[in-house]
Design a protein around this ligand. Sequence first.
Ligand code: SF4
Length: 398
Amino acid sequence: MNLPDPTALRGENPVTVKGWCPGAVRPMAASDGLVVRIRPPAGRLSRAQASAVAALAERYAHPVLELTNRAHLQLRGVAPAQHAPLLDALQRLGLADADAAGEARRNVQVQPLWTDGDITPGLALALSERLAGDGAPALPAKFGFVVDTGPQPCLRGAYADIRLERHGAGVLVHADGADHGVAVPVAQAPACALALADWFLAAGGAPTGRGRMAALLQRQPLPAAWRQTPVAAAPAAPPHPGPQAAGFLAGLAFGLLPAHTLAVLAEHGALRLTPWRALLVEGARHLPALPELVCTADDARLRVAACTGAPGCEQAAGPTRSLARELAALVPPGQRLHVSGCPKGCAHPQPAVTVVTTPGGLDLVRWGTAASQPAFQGLDRPTLTTHLHESFAHAAPL
Ligand code: SF4
């Protein structure tokens, strides 16, 4: 996945690009306190873990958690003095690593639609163990793996550098951006994925400690040894909220998950995290009507994306989620509006009709990312609304 350099396209409003992602062991300081990010093993919280995390959020953090677009669950607003007891509790729950290096390497997203007997959870755990263990390759912090071994891949849109997908009786391991990979038996797939990561490093994929697979493949071809089996086409669109074979998929507007909602969901089943701002509640066919849950495909909140914005992010020039909520009614079905607090565009790196808050007002990108050159700058709300109507009339359906 090729992401634009946020500072390159606009030539203004430079943003700080941090070369690492926060974790639980190594949280990130934000203007509202520490951000503590949980990477649950195999992307799943048992009912007991989910319930305990809800209680920890109430005790140590802002009582609204966030589900990120890398399928991690994060707590915000943690006071530095509270980090140690929070981390200790997460480690006792099996939700945090012993050290920051292992945590950073264990960057594995897991397809959440797996059903009983599926190879997915076992494969994800085996890969995570190898990544967190001694001798694992020292990969860039944002370098990630996707275990997408359901009947059909469903995470092609998710951030990843190495993808593991089902192939016959085994697993196809392929580099992000490549049209061929290598098919191996399931038991060999974790070692094969790490070998591909080794090639990435040896080929100069991260010369300064940063780098992504797709970017490397634009500079040099993948060796023939990694191009043996074609990568099959896969649906790009994630599943809609509602009942799935494995449980109920519930959307969360902007990925926001109040602690009390998390506690209620934990009563209905174990939770699988997704990169689609949605949780799958294992075994559930129905969920209680909670206002934060998006349970139908026609909910207008699914058509907007917004980052943390002000006041939670120090780089934001204004609030984003309240604005996105207000503007959602303007977005026609099949279209997407992205509201970003700055040109970094954390919430939606793909092109869309995009509004960016700036010190001088609201910028509107008719079709592009938050880093793209805006068509209009410094707009007020009424003028933005007028231009949005016009932009949606011309935007391509997603
Ligand atoms: S896009 Fe939003 S959350 Fe990301 S750095 Fe900018 S203001 Fe902060």
